[in-house]
Write a protein that binds this ligand. Structure first.
Ligand code: NDP
Ligand code: GDR
Length: 372
């Protein structure tokens, strides 16, 4: 019979002082997507032992962390994966008990806003109740006063525009099942902080992208299509609402902000944003410009098209299937608090972000690399 981690593990019996426990620097990250991969790299570079929770999948889902995981076998990098799911409380308790983390970063989520309208109950379960399950797993293991907890909250909480720029004090008005589920996640974190004195923080992060961004989010969908059009493999890109405005930064900058939040003396909630907003339309134009093409727009509404200025070929069309039942029209964040208290600012500019993503997708296309 396997040993009982609740009674046999000396760490669990608190034989370590709080200071010695925390000095171990052991991080547990849920979600190995875009952010999880950058965060794991950052924490490993800071000397942490890093544990990830990964869902069982019939197909390959470790593409973004493969380079770190491989290193473990070859060089002994302290990165470990555990099968688990935010819908399964029992496994969360076991993982927390085994890992005995000093910091927990809850990044796992059904993170696609449009999909959340189709899978609303599941999104609520994972993104809302999943956060509660993880917090409770920490409490169940008697670690509420030892673990620092980061929750991946989102600018989607702001949803309908109440004020701009949006900051920590701006009232929430979510516009999707995803936003509403994340609202539960936000408040349960605040509630556990106030009820059980947990060091738990919400990072209210505005959109952040990278070459590792999932392919169905608009920026990556655009940069991949622009690369494929450049390489002669695709004719046209189909999009929904190209007038939506977003505050886009680079994911690598944002994971640094997550870590900084957990190094403060007191737990607080922070907005991370660039303080600039751009339309989807602008992202499309800039992406084509990176490959040397200029786009001109013609027509109106769903009939509007983006044509190559030189060849006249239609490169962008509107497909209403990408419209959402309710849209978030404008996101623009005010990162002043993060700048003043964390010393955090974004480093990568909008132009640099677009260029990096397009170049990576052209390069990936040339190498026939279909990962992420
Ligand atoms: P991704 O979609 O790239 O990654 C989400 C990860 O969560 C994936 O590894 C996914 O696994 C995992 N996951 C999904 N469901 C479950 C589940 N039930 N149990 C365990 N793991 C699960 O998201 P990002 O990296 O972009 O975002 C990280 C977090 O930050 C998310 O919570 C997102 O909602 C939030 N956020 C993101 C922003 C952004 O602009 N990127 C902005 C603000 C907040 P699999 O790979 O198997 O699908
Ligand atoms: P968002 O990101 O909903 O802001 O959520 P997404 O890239 O999906 O959409 C941004 C805007 O682009 C418009 N849009 C399209 N979107 C997609 N995905 N596909 C299209 O074809 C398309 N055409 C236009 C959308 O309508 C929207 O206005 C992201 C996620 O990472 C969340 O998890 C995170 O919480 C928020 O950012 C902050």
């Amino acid at each position: 019979m396997s040993e009982n981690v609740f009674t046999s593990n000396p760490l669990f019996q608190h034989t370590l002082s709080l200071e010695d426990y925390r000095a171990r620097k052991v991080a547990l990250i849920t979600g190995n997507g875009q952010d999880g991969s950058y965060l794991a790299e950052l924490l490993l570079s800071k000397g942490y032992e890093v544990h990830g929770i990964i869902r069982r999948s019939s197909s390959f889902n470790t593409g973004r962390i493969e380079h770190i995981y491989k290193d473990f076998h070859e060089t002994g990098v302290k990165f470990f994966l555990h099968h688990g799911d935010l819908t399964d409380s029992t496994c969360l308790v076991h993982i927390v008990a085994q890992v005995q983390p000093t910091e927990v970063y809850n990044l796992a989520a059904q993170s696609h806003v449009k999909v959340s309208f189709d899978m609303s109950e599941y999104t609520g379960d994972v993104d809302g109740l999943g956060t509660l399950r993880l917090l409770d797993a920490i409490r169940t293991c008697g670690l509420a006063d030892r673990v620092r907890f980061y929750q991946a909250s989102t600018s989607e909480l702001y949803g309908k525009v109440v004020e701009t720029p949006q900051k920590e004090t701006t009232p929430f008005y979510p516009r999707s099942p995803y936003g509403v589920a994340k609202l539960y996640g936000f408040w349960i974190v605040v509630n556990y902080r106030e009820s059980y004195n947990m060091f738990a923080c919400n990072g209210i992060l505005f959109n952040h992208e990278s070459p590792r961004r999932g392919r169905t989010f608009v920026t990556r969908k655009i940069t991949r299509a622009v690369a494929d059009i450049h390489l002669g493999r695709q004719e046209c890109l189909y999009l929904g609402n190209i007038d939506a405005q977003r505050d886009w930064g680079h994911a690598r900058d944002y994971v640094e902000g997550m870590w900084l939040m957990l190094q403060q003396d007191e737990p607080e909630d922070f907005v991370l944003a660039t303080g600039e907003t751009h339309t989807v339309r602008s992202f499309v134009e800039k992406s084509f410009a990176v490959t040397g093409r200029k786009l001109v727009w013609q027509g109106e509404g769903v009939n509007e098209v983006g044509k190559d200025a030189e060849t006249g070929k239609v490169r962008v069309r509107i497909d209403p299937k990408y419209f959402r039942p309710a849209e978030v029209d404008l996101l623009l964040g005010d990162p002043t608090k993060a700048k003043e208290k964390l010393g955090w600012t974004r480093k990568v500019t909008y132009d640099e972000l677009v260029t990096e993503m397009v170049v990576a997708d052209v390069q990936g296309g040339l190498n026939n690399n279909t990962s992420n």
